[in-house]
Design a protein. Structure first.
Ligand code: ADP
Ligand code: MG
Length: 245
């Protein structure tokens, strides 16, 4: 059971949207998928038609002394979701104090999930790079995709933020109409071995999918972004293997 962690190089680059879309694409390829929200933003579940009023999730359960594995939801046969859960602003310091310890414990939980044989693929939606406490998740994953946009801010961060060895870079919101984006893309292709050989384009369907609370491939099977996420899913099947088959 390979585990892929997806993390934005900063907030807002599309990591959560891609996690939801990739989960859907792997599911459509006949794979059993569990997708876990590791971020206190708790946005991932909103790509899977949950109501705003839903507060349950594994992070919420940690603070309430409840069992994490009872918080999973079935989106459809073969695609399950574990939300983070909603924390109030007042609870965030309590969460931050426990975060490191909890993410360490997740290495055991992921091994339990691997041993259970219940899923073929596990996807983790991590908080953006630089947020404290994500190292445990990065280490637990078999592959780490760092999502970035072709802009100067991502370029600066590539120079300033060290990435764990083996991290692959995934370009999102690419628009060939922008001269700057074209230039950066070409430069990165020449200089960054870690850049994945496929990109996700800027696509209105991706933006609309979140408004419709669906993964993009479900919202619009014919959209460019859905097509590109299918290609990413096939790439994952060919290139990502689990450390504990
Ligand atoms: N390829 C894309 N084309 C158009 N809009 C996108 C694309 N990817 C993401 N978005 C939009 O960008 C916003 C931020 O995406 P999100 O996945 O929440 O980013 P992150 O998880 O990195 O903070 C959302 O409104 C989403 O719909
Ligand atoms: Mg996110």
């Amino acid at each position: 059971m390979p585990v892929i962690a997806l993390q934005g190089i900063r907030g807002g680059v599309g990591a959560t949207s891609i996690t939801a879309g990739l989960a859907w694409a792997l599911h459509r390829l006949g794979k059993g998928v569990l997708v876990i929200d590791c971020s206190a933003d708790n946005h991932l579940c909103l790509h899977f038609n949950t109501p705003f009023s839903l507060t349950a999730g594994w992070g919420r359960a940690e603070l309430d002394g409840l069992a994490w594995h009872q918080q999973a939801l079935r989106y459809c046969e073969g695609l399950d979701l574990l939300p983070f859960g909603r924390l109030s602003v007042d609870e965030l310091p309590r969460w931050s104090a426990r975060h490191q310890q909890v993410s360490g414990r997740w290495i055991q939980y992921l091994n339990q999930l691997r041993d259970s044989g219940e899923y073929d693929w596990l996807l983790l939606d991590l908080p953006a790079a630089g947020m404290p406490g994500t190292e445990g998740w990065q280490e637990a994953a078999d592959a780490l995709f760092c999502v970035l946009n072709a802009d100067a801010n991502s370029h600066i961060r590539l120079h300033q933020q060290p990435l764990p060895p083996g991290t692959r870079l995934l370009l999102n919101r690419f628009s060939a109409e922008s001269r700057l984006q074209q230039d950066l893309h070409q430069y990165w292709r020449q200089h960054l071995d870690a850049l994945l050989p496929l990109a996700i384009h800027q696509d209105e369907a991706m933006a609309e999918a979140l408004a419709a609370k669906q993964p993009v491939g479900e919202y619009s099977t014919v959209s460019l972004a859905a097509d590109e996420l299918n290609i990413l899913a096939v790439w994952c099947l060919a290139h990502v293997t689990g450390s504990h088959p």
